[in-house]
Design a protein around this ligand. Structure first.
Ligand SMILES: [Zn+2]
Ligand SMILES: [Zn+2]
Length: 149
């Protein structure tokens, strides 16, 4: 079961007309704070399972990040090239952890390496997003100045 806003529900393609909830909450797809419907369709169930796995994954990423951050510079200053090399390096460590995975606690390094890999991918995602929005805001300011003359 997934709680989602009417707009996202429409995009999901479910034909059932569910009643809207009495008070707003975070939509399970767009995260917008809206009135929601409870949907049980196959796609909604897949997304609900994905959201639950994502929450657990994000907690693993954060734990790995906090453990790795000691005596290191800020993560937002990490360059694309370094982050991309770390993604590949962490992918190798993840593969090794999977290959070596027959002991009792095999899941610990596998989950850890998957989270480390994702952190470097997230740094790239975040930096690209920040640069794009900075570029948009410069363009908007230049545009404003040009139209004001
Ligand atoms: Zn939504
Ligand atoms: Zn539905």
């Amino acid at each position: 079961m997934l709680d989602l806003c009417a707009e996202c529900h429409k995009l999901l393609g479910c034909d059932t007309a569910h009643p809207l909830s009495g008070r707003p909450d975070a939509c399970g797809i767009c995260s917008g704070y809206r009135l929601l419907v409870h949907c049980h369709c196959k796609a909604a169930q897949e997304i609900a399972l994905y959201n639950a796995a994502l929450r657990s994954f994000v907690l693993g990423m954060r734990a790995g990040f906090i453990e790795n951050m000691q005596n290191k510079g800020g993560w937002r200053e990490i360059h694309y090239g370094f982050a991309a090399r770390k993604v590949l390096e962490e992918a190798g460590e993840l593969a090794e952890a999977l290959i070596g995975g027959h002991s009792r606690d095999w899941h610990v390094p596998v989950m850890r390496e998957a989270a480390d890999l994702a952190n470097f991918a997230m740094f790239i995602h975040s930096r690209a997003g920040a640069e794009a929005s900075a570029a948009r805001s410069i363009e908007a300011r230049v545009g404003e100045r040009l139209t004001r003359g």
